[in-house]
Structure formats: structure tokens, C-alpha cells
Design a protein around this ligand. Structure first.
Ligand SMILES: Cc1ncc(C[n+]2csc(CCOP(=O)(O)OP(=O)(O)O)c2C)c(N)n1
Ligand SMILES: [Mg+2]
Length: 456
């Protein structure tokens, strides 16, 4: 049988026997797979069916009621007033400069949010999604990853992008769909992606990134089996609790568990999937309880506590890479302070007072600010200076990106096949005829090269 060149090195380390993938361990071949044991013995105390291991027989008929199980606790290091409540560990495991940088990244996200929300209201962009209240989850978790780790995002994780070095110019170029956008203006706003920082492009249909991320994690594992000198990497996969209602979520967790993939699933539980409150989305104990069902190590963390999120993510990453690798599920609790998107008015389904209370009482940015002030590394002057300089920089990139031309209209037809197909050429011809017939409707001067790029 012929093998493709890319897979040939794999054969030195792995081979199939009876349909089971074996890995070389020294001189012997070992499998990751469960091997069938002896049949159930007469008089056995516990089950030995292949589908349920370690279950003892009982003569007491009991239906297990989830209401009798205590809800999974929520880990935190720092309370809402910025006081450290877990004194057993260093709250930050990083320098003061690093913490200030995380704070500034969170501030940047919140300032971009305000400016872009207003820009949409003024008709300068078509759409935007704010991540207010969830900056701590994004920045805290990203701070625990290496640049080589691979990220899959949903859409409300601008903090992950900025922490990994996505520039404001790249962000604005995507939001304005201009010719500098990595995606050539083909996606609607907030669908960022950047191979330089190992962030896969966001896609609109909910949940699609979750099995893709599990597959990518499996690939990373195989890569290290072929070449153990490759540095260990994990996949970090972000999604909302609403997306966890998709079948893709369940398929992804199951495959990641059965194939022992090095992946950290980060569920942002912000209490809403657009207008559907969590309480109407599921009956169980959040999303964390589902991890247990799939045999996945799981933790619930206070998402408004950046230190707790960071420490949990550091530990999760470490565990995901130990031994034969395994997935971890992190459920980060938070509250979606903003409307779902610029297309939503959340006061149609929740009380304004509730939102105001969350803003005032518990917020990841103010929580970290309080901690920094108590530590004497931050004050009102620094806050004002940081806000003013970030705002200036954001507005500069905003104005620059708004003026940049849109990608050449011809790009609509490129990159699907290596060469533009005869059918696509015909469509290009028709498009040219239409835009030339109705110039008032279609102003192609905003596109690089104008109508000319549609010439054959
Ligand atoms: C398959 C699919 N169904 C529905 C939608 C419409 N939709 C977009 S975002 C969203 C809510 C998602 O909620 P959640 O995953 O909790 O993320 P959050 O917006 O709270 O960050 C819905 C229903 C979609 N994009 N894809
Ligand atoms: Mg949600």
C-alpha cells in the first residue's frame, strides 16, 4: 500500500494492529485502547460489562437524582473587592508589570467596545459584539498559554487576540473589511483570525469550532508522537454556554476524551444565549456537570477573577499535556453586561437594574484595579493616563482603517479553486455588467482597483 509522504514518518512510531493504533514505547508496542477483560465472573460483586466499568451491583433500586448532588463549587483567589481569599498560593504568579499589562489589555478591549458600538450606531460599521464583563476570562486564560498553543474562538474573546499580539490595526481592518484584513473582507465583523498568532478564524454557526479544536488537538498529539522533540502544545477552545447546546459540543468532548487529546475547553458561561437565559437553556448543573459525564477533568472558576482564571488555565494546560494527554473542561462563570450584539436590545428581556448592579458590584476590570490599588502599583492618575492613551491609539487605528480601501472586488472569486473556474468567470462577467448598468447602486470606487479588477 502506498502512503503519502507526509504520513511516512508516522510509521516509525505508530502502526495499526487489528484496527488498533499502537505507539512505540521503547522496544514494545502499546495501545491507548481499552482491551477486553475476562467475562463477568459468577458471583462477581461489580459489573464487568464492556460499557460500564467499576460499577458495583446493588439490590437497592435507586434513581439517581441530580438535585441531590451538590453544585460544583466555583474556584476563586480574589473576591469582588480585590481582596485575596486563597492565601495558599501566589495570586498572580507573574510580575507586577505583567499584571499591569493584562489590566491595560482588558481596558483596551473595553475601550474598543465602546467606540465600535457607537460606530455601528453611527452607520460607520455594520455589526459589532461587545465583551463587557468577560475581559477577565479572555485575558486571564490567554496569559497561561504559550504563543505556540493553538486557539479556537467563538466571537467574544477579543482579549485573547490582543493578548496574543493581534494588533489594533488588524482588529480594525477586520471590522472595516478593508484590504488589510487577513480574511480579505469576506467575513462579517468580529470574525477575526490570524495564523501568525495561531488563532483559527471564527465562524458564525455556533459550535463548529469545538470538534475542529478537538481534531487539531489530536493532530498536535500525533505530531509529538512522530517527533518527540516538538515542544508540547495544547489547543484552547472557547465557546459560550449557549453553544454547548449544539451537538458539536458533545461530539467534541467525547472524541477528545476517548482519544486523550491535549485540549482545554473554556466555556464562558455568561448567563445568556442572546435572549435565552441559562435557566431556560439547561436543567443540569451548568456546563461543568457535562464534563464529568464525558470522563473529563473539570473545574468551575469565577470568571471575574483574572487571577483564578489564569491559575486554573495554567494547571489545566499542565494536566492536558501530562502522560498520554487528556482534555480538561473549564467553566468560567460571568455575566454578559452588554447587549448580545449591536443587533440586540437586551432590555427587552432583562431588567436594566440587574445589568447596572452587575456593572457596579462585580466586574473583572474593577476587581483587578482594586487589587492593584491596594498593592500600591496603580492609582487614579495612572488610570486616567492609561485610558487617555489607549483611547487615542484606538481612535487613530479606527480612523486609519476606515479610510483604507476595500479589497479588490475580484477577491470575491479567488481562493476557492486554484484558478477561477469558467462558471465563476461567467458570474464575474455578469457582475461587471450589473455594476456598470447601475453605478449609483454600486460604488466600486471604494474597492481597490475599482470595476477594472472584474476584467477577464
Ligand atoms: C447554529 C447556530 N444557531 C444559532 C445561531 C444564532 N446565534 C448566534 S450567537 C447565539 C447565542 C450564543 O450564546 P452563547 O454560546 O452563550 O455565547 P454568548 O453570545 O453568550 O457569548 C445564537 C443563538 C448561530 N449563530 N448558529
Ligand atoms: Mg452565553
Amino acid at each position: 500500500m502506498k502512503t503519502r509522504a507526509a504520513f511516512r514518518p508516522l510509521l516509525g512510531w505508530c502502526r495499526y494492529r487489528d484496527g488498533v493504533l499502537l505507539r512505540r514505547q521503547g522496544l514494545r508496542w502499546a495501545s491507548d485502547t481499552w482491551a477486553p477483560g475476562p467475562a463477568q465472573k459468577a458471583g462477581a460483586e461489580s459489573v464487568n460489562f464492556p460499557g460500564a466499568l467499576n460499577s458495583s451491583f446493588t439490590s437497592m433500586m435507586k434513581f439517581h437524582n441530580p438535585a441531590e448532588v451538590t453544585a460544583m463549587p466555583t474556584y476563586r483567589i480574589m473576591d469582588a473587592d480585590g481582596n485575596i481569599v486563597d492565601n495558599t498560593r501566589d495570586p498572580q504568579s507573574a510580575s507586577d508589570e505583567d499584571v499591569i499589562q493584562w489590566y491595560k489589555t482588558m481596558l483596551t478591549v473595553s475601550i474598543v467596545d465602546l467606540i465600535m458600538f457607537d460606530a455601528q450606531r453611527q452607520g460607520r460599521t455594520s455589526f459589532y459584539m461587545v465583551s463587557a464583563g468577560e475581559e477577565g476570562i479572555a485575558v486571564g486564560s490567554a496569559s497561561a498559554l504559550t504563543p505556540e498553543d493553538v486557539c479556537f474562538l467563538q466571537y467574544r474573546e477579543q482579549g485573547v487576540l490582543l493578548h496574543r499580539g493581534f494588533t489594533l490595526k488588524e482588529l480594525m481592518s477586520q471590522l472595516f473589511s478593508n484590504k488589510d484584513d487577513n480574511g480579505k473582507g469576506r467575513n462579517m465583523p468580529v470574525h477575526y483570525g490570524c495564523s501568525r498568532i495561531n488563532v483559527h478564524t471564527i465562524s458564525s454557526p455556533l459550535g463548529t469550532q469545538i470538534p475542529q479544536a478537538a481534531g487539531a488537538a489530536y493532530a498536535l498529539k500525533m505530531q509529538r508522537l512522530i517527533n518527540p522533540n516538538v515542544p508540547p502544545r495544547v489547543v484552547a477552545c472557547y465557546f459560550g454556554e449557549g453553544a454547548a447546546s449544539e451537538g458539536d459540543f458533545h461530539a467534541a468532548l467525547n472524541i477528545a476524551a476517548t482519544k486523550s487529546c491535549p485540549i482545554v475547553f473554556v466555556c464562558r458561561n455568561n448567563g445568556f444565549a442572546i435572549s435565552t437565559a441559562s435557566i431556560e437553556q439547561y436543567k443540569g448543573d451548568g456546563i461543568a456537570s457535562r464534563g464529568m459525564g464525558y470522563g473529563i477533568d473539570t473545574i468551575r472558576v469565577d470568571g471575574n477573577d483574572i487571577f483564578a482564571v489564569r491559575e486554573v488555565m495554567r494547571e489545566a494546560r499542565k494536566r492536558a499535556l501530562e502522560g498520554n494527554c487528556k482534555p480538561i473542561l473549564v467553566e468560567a462563570m460571568s455575566y454578559r453586561v452588554s447587549h448580545h450584539s449591536t443587533s440586540d436590545d437586551s432590555f427587552a428581556y432583562r431588567a436594566k437594574r440587574e445589568v447596572e448592579e452587575w456593572k457596579r458590584r462585580d466586574n473583572p476590570i474593577t476587581r483587578l484595579r482594586k487589587w492593584m490599588e491596594k498593592k500600591g502599583i496603580w492609582d487614579e492618575d495612572k488610570e486616567k493616563e492609561a485610558r487617555a492613551s489607549i483611547r487615542k491609539e484606538v481612535l487613530r487605528e479606527f480612523s486609519a482603517a476606515e479610510k483604507v480601501k476595500k479589497p479588490a472586488i475580484r477577491e470575491m472569486f479567488t481562493d476557492v479553486y486554484e484558478e477561477i473556474t469558467p462558471e465563476a468567470r461567467e458570474q464575474m462577467k455578469q457582475l461587471k455588467e450589473i455594476v456598470e448598468k447601475y453605478p449609483k447602486e454600486y460604488d466600486l470606487s471604494v474597492h481597490e482597483g475599482g470595476v477594472k479588477t472584474l476584467e477577464q
